[in-house]
Design a binder for this molecule. Structure first.
Ligand code: FES
Ligand code: FE2
Length: 352
């Protein structure tokens, strides 16, 4: 499987990246992450070019990282800074370094051409930095292709079947709306449940919910699989203008072809000072993602074997699959564009 390289991926939550180096496999590449003394994030290959030792087991010397095996030292830009076995540093001796940036409480990594790493390409997740919201979140390892997680979020009609806590009551008054919007390569899918009665999840977040409410949900998707989930619960009582919002960053980064890191968050605009409630909300959401979505995706991947191209397996397509199909088409288009560019002669060659 090929990955889109020239896009930002979430590598970690910002608080995970500290002075102590740690490793994570991203797009099949072993990466070591740490912070400089100034607090800037650093991402380097975790494989020493000498005897392929794991760099994250080494020590930091100032901002440089020292290989735990024979002590070669590398700077945050990947250049070899010290060879303890002689003054000579062989030319080309370096670790691959990756552009990284702190934004929205996450550390973002660019695995492709470094000179194209434009921070403006990071999609917006403003609730993480907004004092009007309180955020909880985490990361769930999923044993399935990252695209299966995107499929899952782009078709929220599954909530009525897979998630007991999200099942809305059977009610002739309830209306379901489903829509897809596309702006360039950004897809937004809407799934609204209008005029419903309180249900399991509203019981958790809104004990004094009105008798009738609208459950509005939308997912904005940007390639490769960075999504913003918005859940709004709105009272239908005239004179009751209450609206509870939960916004989630749903950032899916491939680990290997058939596994991924699912970074999730829940930013709420209510009960901001209630940390016990925040914990309950986070646990409830994490349990849904881990034991229902994540478990189902792992089963689906197991049934697909090593295959990651769902379309090649000719699945039945339902109307609710449209957003996921469009997202897969955009990923395919971006991948082809990157591969075609790789075949182009470099500008410097053309000038010779
Ligand atoms: S393996 Fe890293 S210095 Fe030898
Ligand atoms: Fe789900």
């Amino acid at each position: 499987m090929s990955y889109i390289k020239n896009r930002w991926y979430c590598a970690a939550w910002g608080h995970e990246v500290v002075r102590d180096p740690f490793t994570r496999t991203l797009l099949n590449e072993k990466v070591v992450l740490y912070r400089t003394e100034q607090g800037h994030p650093v991402a380097l290959s975790n494989v020493c070019p000498h005897r392929f030792a794991p760099m994250h087991q080494g020590r930091l010397r100032g901002d440089d990282i020292e290989c735990p095996y024979h002590g070669l030292r590398f700077s945050p830009d990947g250049a070899c800074a010290l060879n303890p076995h002689g003054s000579m540093i062989p030319p080309g001796l370096r670790l691959k370094s990756y552009p990284v940036i702190d934004r929205y409480a996450m550390v973002w990594i660019w695995m492709g051409e470094a000179d194209e790493a434009d921070p403006a390409l990071i999609p917006e997740f403003p609730a993480h930095d907004d004092g009007g919201y309180k955020t909880v979140g985490g990361m769930i390892p999923v044993k399935g292709s990252y695209q299966l997680v995107a499929d899952n979020l782009l078709d929220l009609s599954h909530t009525q079947f897979l998630h007991p806590i999200l099942v809305v009551p059977d009610d002739p008054e309830t209306r379901v709306e489903h829509d897809i919007l596309q702006d360039g390569d950004t897809i937004t899918t809407i799934y609204n449940q209008r005029n419903t009665r309180p249900f399991g999840f509203t019981g958790l977040i809104w004990p004094d919910a009105p008798e009738r409410l609208d459950g509005l949900s939308g997912v904005r998707w940007d390639a490769p699989a960075n999504m913003l989930l918005k859940l709004h619960f709105v009272s239908r009582d005239p004179g009751d203008d209450r609206e509870l919002r939960i916004w989630g960053a749903e950032l899916v980064t491939p680990e290997t072809e058939t596994s991924c890191h699912y970074f999730w968050s829940a930013s709420r605009n209510f009960r901001l000072d209630d940390d016990v409630f925040g914990q309950q909300l986070g646990d409830a959401i994490a349990n849904v993602f881990r034991f229902e979505d994540g478990a189902m995706i792992a089963e689906v991947q197991a049934n697909m074997g090593d295959e990651t191209d769902l379309i090649a397996m000719r699945p039945v397509i339902l109307p609710t699959d449209q957003a996921a199909i469009r997202a897969r088409r955009i990923v395919g288009k971006l991948l082809r564009a990157e591969q075609n560019r790789k075949g182009e002669p470099k500008q410097v060659m053309a000038q010779l």
